[in-house]
Structures are given as structure tokens and as C-alpha cells.
Design a protein around this ligand. Structure first.
Ligand code: SD4
Length: 342
């Protein structure tokens, strides 16, 4: 596992340096797992994809003050949701094939409370709406028109989420109008049209607070140029996100249809329950998918990240190029996950 250290907030880091030193002492004595990064402890927040270091930093503001993990992930996920440059989440997300930006999000806390919204239009922060579904309704999931109605009744405002850049990408795509979720890793680096389409930046964020409680949140505009009404794994509890406060939490990114087939995040958590490290659990879930699907997933990307109750974390992907960001008392780091296919 390669890592790149970014001290995203030196002030915060210094303030927590005592805790950091303690964590280092603990780590020195911990049994080394060859597949596991060496930072452990709490609080900690981990997100899919390197650019979500910024989201982690926002979540960290809550965690370092002793706040709850559910509040941290809700705050963190709002960063990419509000960022017009992130074309996979919220405002600025690439639209469906008819030119509509439709959003999916979910949230889950340490008590098994959860909320989810799917196929929502015109709401910039679907994660806030998912939280409201969790806190204020007897339900877990609200979809489309109903979710929008609930949002407007609770003070959310309708906003135009299609940016001129995303509209331009859509118009370029319309020339061939071919939906193709295949991943070509080289293009992940280069933002070509196809690279954009496949540059999965969906945010899945999982965190453990100072109290040791786990929560998670996930938010996406889904696969670019999808069919109208299509929903992937991200807002589905058990697929895109799962939290079991006795064991750990997991979340996913990549081609949602494939994650749903193996109930991915729940599978990862159950594999941790069986004694696997977070990285081993993510790897075994990916291997299960390959066993099930064989060549059908050879060119698709599916990625998981996970954290356990000890604050150990890890990730694994089908294809190379998956990065995840971790923020702990040791500061912010980006890791490149191992993958089955190189
Ligand atoms: C989906 N899992 O809707 C999402 C896509 C994704 O970065 O992860 N994009 O299938």
C-alpha cells in the first residue's frame, strides 16, 4: 500500500499531538498486519477517493471536538455535494441520458438508524435529506417525487444542479449516446469524456468517533448518462453502506449494479465479523463478485473501504487506481488500494 502524507491542517494536528503520540505508542505494540496501514485508533474518518480528503477535513472538525460520528459524516459528505467540480456527486454531477441530474444518498448510525433518498432532483444536499428521513420519519427510504415533496415541506429549496460543464459533457455524450460503464484505468488520470464518465468519485464515508461509535454516509449522482430512474448501490443500506457498531462499517464505489448483487458493504462487515481484517474483508468481497460474475466484471471497477471497532481500516478494488483518504490524529493521508486486476 503506497501512501502520500498531506498535513491538511497543521494547527489541528498540533493540538492533537499528545493523542497522536499515544496512538503511535499503541501502534508500535500492535501486531503488524502486512496488508494494513499502521494508523489505528479513534477518532478516525475514511472516505472513498483521494479528493475526498477535503470532505474528511470537514468531518474531522466534528470528530476532534468529540462530536458524534453521524454528525461528522453528514457534514463531510456535504463538501463534494456542494462542489461543482465534482462530477459524480451533488451539484455539478453528470446527468442521466435525458439530461437530468438525479441524486442518491444514505446515512446510517451506530444504533442501526438509517435514512436514504433515491432519484432525487433539484436538492443540492441529499445527505441532509437522508438524515431527515432517518430522524423525522418512520421510514428508511424515500424516492423521487415523494423525496422532493418531503424536502420542500422541510425547508429545502429547489436548485439548478446541472452546471454548464456537466451539460457540455452530456451534449458530447449525446453524439454517440452509448452507455458504457467500462473502466479503462489509464483514463482515470486523463479527464477525457470517457475518463470523466468512469472517474468514479462517489463519496462513501465511514467514521468512528471518540466514543468508539461508528457511522457512515454515501452520496452520488450515480453512473453518468444512466437511464432515467436508475438507482445504484450508493443509497441502498447493505449495498453502498453498512454499519454494525459491534463489528465495523463499510462502503463502496464503482459500478453499483455489481455491488448490489453481492450486498457488498454488508458482506464486507460480515467478513470482518468472521475475523478478517478490513482489507482482507474488502478483498474477499471482491473475490466473491469475481466468482459470481467472472469475465463480466473484468473491465468494471468495484471498490470497498472498511473500518473495524479497533479503528483499523483498509480498502480493496477490482481494478487498479482506487484511492481512499483517511483522517486521524496522525493527520490526513491518501492510500492507493491493492486490486485484483493490474
Ligand atoms: C453508482 N456506485 O451509482 C455508484 C457510482 C460510483 O463514483 O461509485 N461513482 O453505481
Amino acid at each position: 500500500m503506497h501512501e502520500t502524507l498531506h498535513m491538511s491542517d497543521r494547527r489541528i494536528f498540533l493540538r492533537s499531538s499528545l493523542l497522536s503520540s499515544l496512538a503511535l505508542l499503541v501502534n508500535k505494540n500492535a501486531t503488524a498486519d502486512a496488508h494494513m496501514p499502521s494508523i489505528k485508533g479513534k477518532p478516525i474518518v475514511i472516505s472513498t477517493w483521494a479528493p475526498n480528503e477535503k470532505a474528511n477535513a470537514e468531518a474531522w472538525k466534528v470528530l476532534e471536538q468529540g462530536g458524534k460520528s453521524v454528525d461528522a459524516v453528514e457534514a463531510g459528505v456535504q463538501i463534494p455535494e456542494g462542489d461543482p467540480e465534482d462530477q459524480s456527486v451533488g451539484y455539478g454531477g453528470l446527468p442521466d441520458r435525458d439530461g437530468f441530474v438525479t441524486l442518491d444518498a444514505c446515512i446510517m448510525n451506530e444504533k442501526g438508524d438509517c435514512g436514504s433518498v433515491m432519484f432525487v432532483e433539484s436538492i443540492m444536499h441529499p445527505i441532509k435529506l437522508a438524515r431527515l428521513v432517518m430522524d423525522k420519519t418512520p421510514h428508511v427510504q424515500l424516492v423521487g417525487e415523494g423525496a422532493l415533496q418531503f424536502a420542500l415541506a422541510n425547508g429545502f429549496k429547489k436548485e439548478q444542479l446541472l452546471t454548464p460543464e456537466a451539460e457540455k459533457e452530456w451534449k458530447k455524450w449525446l453524439k454517440e449516446a452509448k452507455y458504457d460503464p467500462m473502466i479503462i484505468p489509464d483514463l482515470l488520470e486523463n479527464k477525457t469524456q470517457r475518463g470523466q464518465q468512469n472517474n468514479h468519485d462517489t463519496i462513501g464515508m465511514i467514521a468512528m468517533d471518540a466514543n468508539g461509535d461508528l457511522s457512515g454516509a454515501c452520496s452520488t449522482s450515480g453512473m453518468a448518462f444512466k437511464m432515467r430512474g436508475r438507482v445504484g448501490d450508493s443509497p441502498i443500506i447493505g449495498a453502498g453502506l453498512f454499519v454494525d457498531n459491534e463489528v465495523g462499517a463499510a462502503t463502496s464505489t464503482g459500478v453499483g449494479e455489481e455491488v448490489v448483487r453481492i450486498c457488498g458493504s454488508h458482506t464486507v462487515v460480515e467478513l470482518m465479523r468472521q475475523g478478517n481484517s478490513p482489507e482482507q474483508a474488502c478483498k474477499k468481497a471482491i473475490q466473491r463478485l469475481i466468482k459470481l460474475r467472472g469475465d463480466k466484471v473484468k473491465e468494471l471497477q468495484v471498490c470497498f473501504i472498511a473500518i473495524n471497532k479497533k479503528g483499523e481500516f483498509g480498502g480493496y478494488a477490482l481494478q487498479k487506481g482506487f484511492t481512499f483518504a483517511v483522517h486521524s490524529n496522525n493527520g490526513s493521508k491518501v492510500y492507493t488500494a491493492k486490486s485484483i486486476y493490474q
